[in-house]
Design a protein around this ligand. Structure first.
Ligand code: GLU
Length: 553
């Protein structure tokens, strides 16, 4: 037995398998030529960040557009940073936005697919097999340096203005012979496993990032840690082993990992794996005081995906918006293909922003208004109810009293060529529809400037005489006009404009008074439809009430 073999056996007494075993268990996937295998691989360290949803969406489209596979892997090796329920939150969050993995962990807790386990914490045995094989080949070694020794070396490097890290002369344990290492292990000294890096800082590596283009960097010469002293892998090592065995073709991840790419490419090479293609997604940016910065977890509530649920943005709005920032020609495509499914858009990684897509909440609101305007009344009513059930109990109760009435509210001015675009999110709705409910009805606007209270009272008085709830829109407006002359108002706006001195106002002012009495507002959707829905009794009551109020002023 060679000394390296002996050392490897001593370091990994529990390992019985060889890498071939896993190569056989996880064979290359049988997919069509060009089909991509992508993944989202978050750590369960907290809430779902918009950036993760964005990257997951991009991964999903990148796979689905080629008939490939998009899977979910949980990178839960850092138990200290793990948050209880973190994985479920992420999975449920992704599911709520339709970013559903084909394989891996799922929101229901089930694991799908034959390339698992998909939780890194359950893959220790696999990492150890590969680490052991590297030790056998002399490509990795145990390092016994303590934290204190490492810290001292780091300070020394800083003092000498050198790059920090375990490389060259600072890679103390690299020089140990197998015998020396065996002796230390037999003495029970704790160790980490390091890569024996074959790289040199003088050499450069070049790779083609699918978003950022050609990238050239110095080769890695650091003997990076592969396994920590508790046997848990580092991200670098787990990434190489997992993405190889899960047969990932495209690693699309946050660009904080670009600088680690030389390490990763080297690891793939040393392990004898074919490297995946890389695409590094720039972070979502935000305008701040004239400058630009990353959307921040601490400063920006909109960085958390939860925010969109709380505010009541339909999932579809958020996804439409994220598509517009993923590929800038999406908006134009959407204008030309209003009814098409998003998946028909020709998404391209190459079209993604290198400097970082800019997040703009006003733009999201615009996109969302268009999405909501195109929905039918019933799904709107259902989604508003769902939202209210969770975030506004009082409103939920009002809405839930009469579902048909609720659908009626959302049917007004819906459909047609020019639907109203005034709801951006469900949290806009309680205020937007407040006048449909007696509990929340209030007069919040004033009379038109040119209408005196006594004239307004007269307008209402005349209207009460002729109000007929059965009238359609055209008849309704004719009725409005018909009461104008005796009140001193002009029934035709055009006539009025020719001779404004001759009248107190025009038919628009007359209907504005009625609108104010019935809804409390200056602007609303179609008043005739509103009055029909409110019903005769309520309309009468509101008109009478306003008339009395005006008479007493
Ligand atoms: N767990 C890593 C992260 O959350 C994954 C990066 C990757 O996609 O490889 O940043």
């Amino acid at each position: 037995m060679s000394l390296n073999q002996k050392l490897a056996d001593l370091m990994f007494p529990d390992v019985t398998h060889s890498p071939e075993h896993f190569e056989n268990i996880y064979p290359p996937r049988k997919l069509n030529e060009g089909a991509r295998v992508t993944r989202i691989a978050p750590s369960p360290t907290g809430y779902l960040h918009l950036g993760v949803l964005f990257t997951a969406m991009v991964n999903r489209i990148a796979a689905k557009s080629t008939g490939g596979v998009f899977y979910f892997r949980l990178e839960d090796t850092d138990k200290k940073r793990e948050v209880e329920g973190g994985a479920e939150d992420i999975l449920k969050g992704l599911e709520a936005f339709g970013v559903i993995p084909d394989e891996g962990l799922t929101a229901s807790g089930e694991e799908i697919g034959r390339y698992g386990p998909y939780r890194q914490s359950e893959r220790a045995g696999i990492y150890h097999v590969y680490a052991k094989s590297l030790v056998e080949l002399g490509l990795a070694y145990p390092c016994f340096c303590s934290e204190e020794e490492r810290e001292k070396a780091r300070q020394e490097q800083e003092k000498m203005k050198l790059r920090t890290g375990y490389y060259g002369e600072f890679a103390v344990c690299r020089g140990l012979t197998a015998e020396q290492a065996i002796e230390k292990i037999e003495r029970g000294l704790p160790f980490v496993v390091r890569l024996r890096s074959p790289g040199s800082e003088e050499n450069r590596i070049v790779f083609d990032d699918l978003i950022k283009g050609r990238i050239e960097m110095p080769e890695n010469d650091e003997d990076i840690v592969l396994l920590k002293s508790d046997g848990i892998p580092t991200y670098h090592f787990a990434h190489a082993v997992d993405d190889h065995l899960m047969r990932t073709t495209h690693v699309i991840r946050g660009d904080e990992w670009v600088s680690s790419a030389p390490k990763h490419l080297q690891l793939f090479k040393v392990l004898g794996f074919k490297p995946p293609k890389y695409a590094h997604v720039s972070p979502i940016m935000k305008d701040d005081d004239g400058g630009r910065r990353k959307l921040s977890k601490r400063k920006d509530p909109e960085a958390a995906v939860r925010y969109y649920a709380e505010q009541g943005y339909p999932a579809d709005s958020v996804m439409e918006y994220l598509m517009t920032i993923a590929n800038s020609d999406y908006e134009e495509w959407r204008r030309r293909n209003q009814k098409a499914d998003r998946s028909e858009f020709k998404f391209s990684l190459k079209k993604m922003s290198v400097s970082g897509a800019l997040f703009d909440i006003n733009k999201l609101n615009d996109v969302s208004k268009t999405v909501i305007a195109a929905m039918d009344a019933k799904p709107v009513a259902r989604q508003v109810l769902d939202w209210a059930g969770e975030f506004d109990k009082g409103f939920y109760d009002r809405l839930n009293r009469d579902f048909d009435y609720t659908v009626g509210i959302f049917s007004i001015d819906r459909g047609g060529d020019k639907p109203r675009k005034d709801i951006a999110k469900w949290s806009d709705v309680p205020d937007y529809v407040s006048y449909f409910f007696d509990e929340t009805f209030e007069i919040r606007d004033g009379l038109p400037d040119n209408v005196k209270p006594e004239d307004a009272a007269k307008i209402i008085g005349e209207y009460l005489k002729v109000y007929n709830p059965d009238e359609d829109k055209t008849q309704w407006f004719e009725t409005m006009k018909s009461i104008c002359p005796k009140l001193g108002f002009c029934p035709e706006v055009r006539e009025y404009k020719k001779n404004p001195e001759g009248y107190k106002g025009h038919v628009g002012d007359v209907s504005a008074v009625i609108r104010l009495a019935v809804t409390g507002r200056k602007n609303t959707p179609d008043l005739c439809s509103i009055m029909k829905l409110l019903g005769k009794d309520r309309v009468f009551q509101r008109l009478e009430q306003m008339k009395r109020k005006l008479e007493n002023q």
